[in-house]
Ligand binder design. Structure first.
Ligand code: PGA
Length: 250
């Protein structure tokens, strides 16, 4: 049984005041269940969030890390620094970074390796665009985005991965993949992972992301290969985020 994970990706939103109010509300309404809950605030608020979440079961994630270990890389944040702060996980290769920062497969592999070396759980994001789906290229695109990782990571490291399937056309649009559409891609990812590591295929959690909300979460999360969610917009509302978390657990 894979433990479900619900992670909130706050993206470039919130102020210190909002971090305090959102996390206070979240903790006040939290009824721990069998699933894990995580939030990924922007870098400047990680320390504040860490303090607020101390003694709580809520995990803390960052939205990115450097592909380099340390040194003259102005503006970058090393995975070891995140680990030093007590951060648990880090998003890698989110489609917004692939698009706006032109992140390549090689950089995404290097970031994943840095995260793993620092003891963080990398949440590697993949997904097709609308044009790719229309052209029936979903499978090809998602397999291609994972190819280098599956080739380069050791079986032990593959076991530690979390993968997030986030169709680009569903992110922040209010459009969601149907549970059947999402399940199909999640199953495909797992089958491809099984080719390199049958053990990792049983262990690795594959989250769905893309307009998951309080209304559609339960149905998506009931699919056999959907092991949680990466939530953008709805994670900025404590009540909605808690409803999604409740839908994930027992
Ligand atoms: P969304 O974002 O839930 O707002 O669609 C998901 C994501 O980008 O991780």
């Amino acid at each position: 049984m894979r433990q479900k994970l619900i992670a909130g990706n706050w993206k470039m939103n919130a102020s210190s005041e909002q971090v305090a109010s959102l996390l206070t509300e979240l903790l006040a309404g939290l009824e721990p269940n069998t699933a894990q809950l995580a939030v990924c605030p922007p870098f400047p608020y990680l320390s504040q969030a860490k303090q607020l979440l101390a003694d709580s079961p809520v995990l803390l994630g960052a939205q990115d890390c450097s592909d380099q270990e340390a040194g003259a890389f102005t503006g970058q944040v090393a995975a070891t620094m995140l680990a030093d702060l007590g951060i648990n996980l880090v998003l890698v290769g989110h489609s917004e970074r692939r698009i706006y920062q032109q992140e390549t497969a090689e950089e995404i592999l290097a970031k994943t390796q840095q995260a793993l070396a620092a003891g963080l759980t990398p949440v590697v994001c993949v997904g097709e665009t609308q044009a790719e789906r229309t052209a029936s290229k979903t499978e090809e695109r998602v397999v291609e985005q994972l190819d280098l990782l599956f080739k380069e990571l050791s079986p032990a490291d593959l076991n530690k991965l979390v993968i997030a399937y986030e169709p680009v056309w569903a992110i922040g649009t209010g459009l969601t993949a149907t549970p059947a559409e999402a399940q199909e891609v999640h199953q495909l990812i797992r089958q491809n992972l099984a080719k390199v590591s049958p053990e990792a295929a049983t262990k690795v959690r594959i989250l769905y992301g893309g307009s998951m909300n309080a209304n559609n979460a339960a149905e998506l999360l009931s699919m056999p290969d959907i092991d949680g969610g990466l939530i953008g917009g709805a994670s900025l509302n404590a009540a909605d985020f808690l409803t999604i978390y409740q839908a994930a657990g027992q």
